[in-house]
Design a protein around this ligand. Structure first.
Ligand SMILES: Nc1ncnc2c1ncn2[C@@H]1O[C@H](COP(=O)(O)OP(=O)(O)O)[C@@H](O)[C@H]1O
Ligand SMILES: [Mg+2]
Length: 257
């Protein structure tokens, strides 16, 4: 579905993403992990058209997408969530999602956008109450709203950026299950970015690890969490999470549990 080759992003003299190549198969959940600043969101920003790559290619459904603006990319079926949710506070929660549905699917009718919003809100477990404001939403609610907005655009590929940030343990488990459900029930392919491994390893089919803009490991969760380079990168910062994830991933059938 997605083929990325030799992707590079420079900011001035600094290479935030350095020669990264990977593929995503239809229907899989690829985990993209790495310490803060390793280039994860920068890859999402290129895939979603926020800015073009310095060099390299990104082929989605057989067509090159690098250099396309965000609205064209979303119309081709790549939706994204943002690490830092910034809803429109003067719109209701429902309107925030309906707006994504309206523009995400090539400006279809308001009625269809409303239907897309209803489906998306139900999928993430937010109320369909049309008068509800976004102001009462806590961290978990805002993350769900991000997902609902992305889903309302009707994506084939969903880029989920740090869906667990700011959540407690129970909320993290719920968010992980939700991404799994989005893939299983809607058939949406997912790239899931996170800086801690934790519950991500339980849900993803495959993992890719970035460090300083470079891909340092890729494979099944069980393989990646026992890779010495990955352990080295995570030691000192997230050693406990790494060990917990390794233990999770070693459970028989963990990757598909
Ligand atoms: N628009 C930008 N301009 C300059 N530097 C940036 C920009 N976006 C990201 N960076 C830098 O690129 C590196 C990778 O950032 P990012 O992709 O956000 O990391 P991650 O999402 O893995 O935490 C960081 O050093 C960050 O400061
Ligand atoms: Mg990031």
């Amino acid at each position: 579905m997605l083929v990325v080759e030799g992707l590079v992003k420079r900011f001035g003299g600094f290479k935030a993403v350095n020669n990264v190549s990977f593929k995503v198969d239809q229907g899989e959940i690829l985990g993209l992990i790495g310490p803060n600043g390793s280039g994860k969101s920068t890859i999402f920003n290129m895939l979603s058209g926020t800015f073009p790559p310095t060099s390299g290619s990104m082929t989605f459904d057989g067509a090159e997408i690098s250099g396309l603006p965000p609205h064209r990319i979303i119309n081709r079926g790549i939706g994204r969530t943002f690490q830092i949710p910034r809803p429109f506070h003067r719109l209701t929660m429902f309107e925030n999602v309906a707006l994504a549905g309206y523009f995400g699917q090539c400006r279809h009718s308001r009625a269809k956008a409303d239907e897309a919003a209803e489906r998306a809100l139900a999928m993430v477990g937010l109320p369909a109450d049309r008068s509800m404001s976004v102001d009462g939403l806590g961290a978990a609610g805002l993350k769900k709203l991000e997902l609902a907005k992305a889903l309302a655009t009707g994506p084939k590929l969903l880029l989920a950026d740090e869906s667990l940030g700011g959540l407690d343990d129970t909320e993290m488990e719920q968010a992980a299950d939700m991404l799994r459900k989005i893939r299983d029930e809607l058939g949406i392919t997912i790239i899931w970015v996170e800086h801690i491994m934790g519950v991500l390893m339980r849900v993803v089919d495959r993992v890719m690890v970035l460090d300083h803009g470079e891909k340092i490991s890729e494979g099944l969760p069980s393989e990646v969490s026992s890779d010495p380079r990955v352990i080295e990168v995570y030691l000192g910062t997230d050693a406990d999470a790494t060990q917990a994830a390794a233990a999770q991933a070693r459970r028989p059938g963990a990757a598909h549990a």
